[in-house]
Design a protein around this ligand. Structure first.
Ligand SMILES: NC(=O)c1ccc[n+]([C@@H]2O[C@H](COP(=O)([O-])OP(=O)(O)OC[C@H]3O[C@@H](n4cnc5c(N)ncnc54)[C@H](OP(=O)(O)O)[C@@H]3O)[C@@H](O)[C@H]2O)c1
Length: 159
């Protein structure tokens, strides 16, 4: 299965200055638990935001046209999916906005894990197009937690 995991504000903003908008230990723990021992696929800018270091205990794949030697790369998401879907593992699309929007437009995402922070971040510079998720109508709340006096919710969305 191809799953997408992301954290957004109410406008769909996800980043600023090639970094995350929110650092929340509950959300990080959820991300780790979901993706551990699976496959994570990310864009080149997200790879740079991780200081070009692989996330541990997961197969890391970077979508890029660059030559990078210290991680597996791909410039064809379809080939990557067909190569790994034979394994008994999930493929997690972990960002950033370019890759989320690309995968949603290609309709290759089976389900979404989305953390929604009920605020609008001024000055955010990277945004996912929430309208591309409108087909995901089956919405189940996984958990709530409080961050800076806001009630943050983690959802699972399916078609
Ligand atoms: N809130 C969240 O959940 C979350 C999660 C992850 C990231 N982020 C944030 O998102 C921001 C980065 O997102 P972004 O949209 O700027 O970049 P990105 O999606 O991480 O990377 C985009 C780049 O990846 C490469 N790429 C993507 N698809 C490709 C394909 N099919 N074939 C070849 N190359 C491909 C291209 O670079 P090249 O052509 O140069 O190789 C493209 O410019 C940062 O602020 C980061 O912190 C937020």
């Amino acid at each position: 299965m191809v799953k997408m995991i992301l954290c957004v504000d109410l406008n769909g903003s996800i980043g600023k200055d090639n970094d995350l908008l929110f650092k929340m230990k509950e959300d990080m723990a959820f991300f780790k638990e979901q993706t551990r021992n699976n496959i994570v696929v990310m864009g080149y800018n997200t790879w740079l935001s991780l200081n070009e270091k692989e996330l541990p205990n997961r197969k890391n794949i970077v979508l890029t046209n660059e030559d990078i030697l210290n991680v597996e790369t791909s410039n064809d998401i379809f080939k990557t999916i067909s190569r790994y879907e034979k394994e008994d593992k999930d493929i997690y699309i972990i960002g950033g906005a370019y890759v989320y929007n690309e995968c949603l437009k290609l309709k290759i995402v089976d389900e979404i894990f989305i953390t929604i922070v009920p605020t609008v971040v001024e000055g955010a510079d990277t945004k996912v197009d929430l309208s591309l998720m409108k087909d995901f109508k089956k919405k189940t709340k996984i958990k709530d937690f409080v961050h800076k006096e806001m009630r943050v919710s983690i959802w699972n969305w399916k078609r």
